[in-house]
Design a protein around this ligand. Structure first.
Ligand SMILES: C[S@@+](CC[C@H](N)C(=O)[O-])C[C@H]1O[C@@H](n2cnc3c(N)ncnc32)[C@H](O)[C@@H]1O
Length: 207
């Protein structure tokens, strides 16, 4: 289904999981998620959607904090791993096999946690994904985002490389425009990744 579309396919991701080549995976919960839990941005009783949840480390941690979780991923190996991890931890959570570009929420959501899903999508799909995020959230809902900073030298020549695709701040402002999203003032926390990249942590509010 996705093979005619730009960027990675389900097969690409499935092979990465099958062969254990998942360098994006910290093998643990993202430190910024822990910071957002500590600061009270994420609290017991809330419901959080995690698109492109991968192996689901964050789902387990959120569930441990009394937060209802729904993970989405279109790669069977990721969904299996996330479900298994939840089961092994004794935590409850939904993990759906679904394409984030097509999935529809039954009810409007309060919170979406975006970690390495946007940067996994070719920029051709970014408008669609941003539209999805806007439509999933209720007015006043929050998008807790980690914008991957992975600019390559070849960007100077206009080459689009990824995944991860570089989530340039100017592109993010265009994708999540101020007319639709409230932006906190920069500077934003920059969290380093073992691969040499870093992620900008930005909590957006849907208008
Ligand atoms: C770079 S990995 C990140 C996984 C996880 N968020 C983490 O940080 O460990 C990207 C994930 O997004 C999933 N993904 C990519 N495109 C998707 C799409 N269109 N719909 C649903 N999942 C997608 C992949 O299967 C993969 O699990």
């Amino acid at each position: 289904m996705m093979s005619t579309m730009a960027g990675p396919t389900v097969d690409f991701w499935q092979q990465r999981f099958d062969s254990g080549q998942t360098p994006w995976d910290r093998g643990a919960t993202h430190p910024q998620l822990l910071a957002w839990l500590q600061s009270g941005q994420l609290q017991a009783g809330q419901h959080v959607l995690v698109p492109g949840c991968g192996r689901g480390h964050e789902l387990v941690t959120l569930a441990r904090h009394g937060i209802a979780v729904t993970g989405l991923d279109y790669t069977p190996a990721a969904v299996d791993a996330a479900r298994q991890q939840l089961l092994a931890s004794g935590q409850r959570g939904e993990v759906e096999l679904a394409d984030v570009l097509a999935w529809q929420a039954d009810v409007a959501l309060d919170l979406v946690y975006e970690q390495t899903c946007l940067c996994a999508l070719h920029p051709d799909h970014w408008q669609r994904y941003a539209e999805q995020l806007f439509n999933w959230l209720k007015p006043g809902g929050r998008l807790l985002a980690l914008f991957m900073q992975a600019r390559r030298e070849t960007a100077a020549e206009g080459v689009v490389e990824g995944p991860p695709y570089h989530c340039d701040i100017n592109a993010m402002r265009a994708l999540f425009p101020a007319a639709r999203w409230d932006w906190p003032a920069p500077p934003y926390a920059a969290i380093p990744h073992a691969q040499g990249w870093q992620e900008l942590a930005v909590a957006l509010t849907r208008r």
